[in-house]
Design a protein around this ligand. Structure first.
Ligand SMILES: Cc1ncc(C[n+]2csc(CCOP(=O)(O)OP(=O)(O)O)c2C)c(N)n1
Ligand SMILES: [Mg+2]
Length: 342
């Protein structure tokens, strides 16, 4: 599996762009919260009630993937829009890596009619069939849906694959295990990706799983499994490439575990009081993005000004997407019943 210079540069570009989006959104959210707090008597609370009560334009909770960009960027370097990628509640980086347009994504986060789900779903319904991406806030729900996509690719002999991203906490859900079993049995073209950031909100992986290395779960289901530290971006890229190639060949699923780092709270506004002293600093020191940038600069593949230009371009794109979202209308009340299936 060749990890060409072009592919590596593309992965760095995606990581920089995803980081810029997440930081931009985090700043907007913080501004809106401060504004609302000042306007409404200094009361504070972390979750959706707060947003509803104080009319924060960002709808609901925001859960950023800052620190976790390497894994989706590496995986999507091997995917086309015809391949399916299922994300979690922390999936902006995956959406960007998969090619979801950020203007419609931000419009959905702002609950606007121009959003990916017409403003009905918010951050947890960033469905974009054109780029082959969707996410859900129901932990691990899309694992079984990914199997359906893989089954369709297999039956129609398209050569397409389905990838599904799952958090370390969500990986304990029954549906993940049932899906791994069935995918291996039917040799479905699936890649299971566990983003192990060590926490499910405030619950440490160590308190929810007896297995330290979650890729150990691949073997009993009959598929290859591997664990990669996400700072080893090149290894992430080649492991992802092998798993995707295996799926495309018809040899069945793989499980990739990435040890990654959640550099923000479980949600914006999370005080992270549950983290031991110094842990966040250690996590920041393990941030894959600056390390990979330095590596590619050292190798002469890019230079610092290239990285700065990509970042500046991404910030300008974010600003444009924000204008689009903020100037878009809310859905008309009379359309409220559209898109319902029950
Ligand atoms: C089925 C289901 N159970 C519980 C929740 C509540 N919940 C939201 S985030 C979360 C933790 C997820 O942790 P992890 O899978 O490790 O993802 P991370 O937040 O670390 O990215 C939980 C339990 C949910 N959204 N869906
Ligand atoms: Mg986690």
């Amino acid at each position: 599996m060749t990890t060409t210079a072009e592919r590596r540069i593309g992965v760095l570009r995606t990581m920089v762009r995803a980081r810029a989006f997440e930081e931009g959104l985090g700043e907007e959210f913080a501004k809106q919260r401060e504004h609302a707090k000042a306007a409404f008597g200094g009361r504070n609370s972390a979750f959706e009630d707060y947003n509803a009560e104080f009319h924060i334009p960002i709808q609901g909770n925001i859960e950023l993937a800052i620190g976790q960009e390497a894994t989706p960027a590496a995986m999507c370097a091997w995917l086309t829009p015809d391949d399916y990628a299922a994300g979690t509640h922390r999936s902006h980086a995956l959406a960007i890596a998969k090619g979801v347009p950020i203007d419609r994504m931000l419009a959905e986060i702002y609950g606007r009619a121009t959003g990916l789900a017409g403003g009905r779903g918010g951050d947890f319904m960033l469905n974009d069939p054109d780029s082959g991406f969707e996410n859900s806030a129901i932990m691990a729900q899309l694992t079984a849906v990914a199997l359906g996509h893989a089954f369709a690719h297999q039956r129609q002999r398209t050569g397409g694959v389905a990838t599904v991203f799952i958090g370390d906490g969500a990986s304990n859900q029954g549906v993940v295990h049932e899906s791994m079993n069935l995918a291996a049995l039917w040799k479905l073209p699936v890649v299971f990706v566990i983003e192990d950031n060590g926490y499910a909100i405030s619950t440490r992986r160590k308190s929810s799983s007896a297995v330290e290395d979650l890729s150990a779960r691949a073997l009993p289901y009959g598929m290859p499994g591997s664990t990669t530290e996400d700072r080893e971006v090149d290894r992430l890229i080649s492991t992802a490439g092998e798993a995707v190639a295996r799926a495309r060949r018809g040899d069945g699923p793989s499980l990739l575990v990435s040890r990654t780092h959640r550099l923000r709270g479980a949600f914006e506004g999370d005080s992270q009081a549950y983290r031991p002293d110094g842990e966040l600093e250690d996590e920041e020191a393990s941030d894959a993005l600056p390390a990979y940038g330095r590596l590619l600069v050292e190798e002469g593949l890019v230079d610092d000004s290239w990285i700065r230009d990509i970042r500046a371009g991404a910030e300008a794109d974010f600003a444009r997407a924000l204008d689009f979202a903020e100037s878009s209308p809310y859905p008309e009340p009379e359309t409220a019943r559209e898109g319902l299936f029950a």
